[in-house]
Write a new protein. Structure first.
Length: 173
């Protein structure tokens, strides 16, 4: 089940946090609840990705993107992910979810996200995400223009470029 109460809390609390620039980092303090665990009991690997949604929503809300997307009747879409699991997050354990925008290409934004506990990275993910209108994917430059942040133009790190290239080699079934 999707964590709608957590989602509402993230959106509501974003109003009281400092605004984020596109080069900023969102940090959410979280806990592993009983509905997050698998049989071991630890944070389920699929639940990592669902909770990472909340980090991107916080980033979008605090950067002003969430408001603009709703005003223009656009929506968010995830078009790819690469996840690395390093350490377990135990039942009832507290952790921090960090989210930052790593860059963009002509269509997509790339987010780097980490879960951290006791100063150690537990999982990390590269997420390819975009903004969708009735006409299709909105160009990343157009999204930045709408936000008034068109001057944000970081170079995509080489490892992200390599992931994009490798993903393009994947066969289409």
């Amino acid at each position: 089940m999707y964590p709608y109460l957590r989602l509402a809390r993230v959106i509501f609390s974003a109003r009281f946090k400092p605004r984020l620039r596109m080069d900023g980092t969102s940090e959410l303090k979280m806990r592993v609840w009983p509905n997050d665990i698998d049989t071991y009991p630890e944070l389920n690997n699929g639940r990592h990705l669902i909770l990472m949604d909340l980090g991107r929503i916080d980033f979008a809300a605090r950067s002003g993107l969430l408001k603009k997307v709703h005003q223009l009747r656009w929506s968010f879409v995830v078009a790819g992910a690469s996840v690395r699991y390093r350490r377990r997050l135990p039942h009832w354990g507290r952790f921090i979810l960090k989210t930052r925008a790593a860059g963009y290409d002509h269509r997509w934004f790339y987010f780097y996200q980490e879960t951290e506990r006791d100063g150690k990275i537990c999982s990390s993910a590269l997420i390819r995400a975009g903004v969708l209108s009735k006409e299709g994917i909105v160009a990343a430059k157009k999204v930045l223009e709408v936000l008034g942040t068109e001057d944000w133009a970081p170079d995509l790190p080489r490892w992200i470029q390599a992931w994009i290239e490798a993903d393009e080699l994947r066969p289409q079934l």
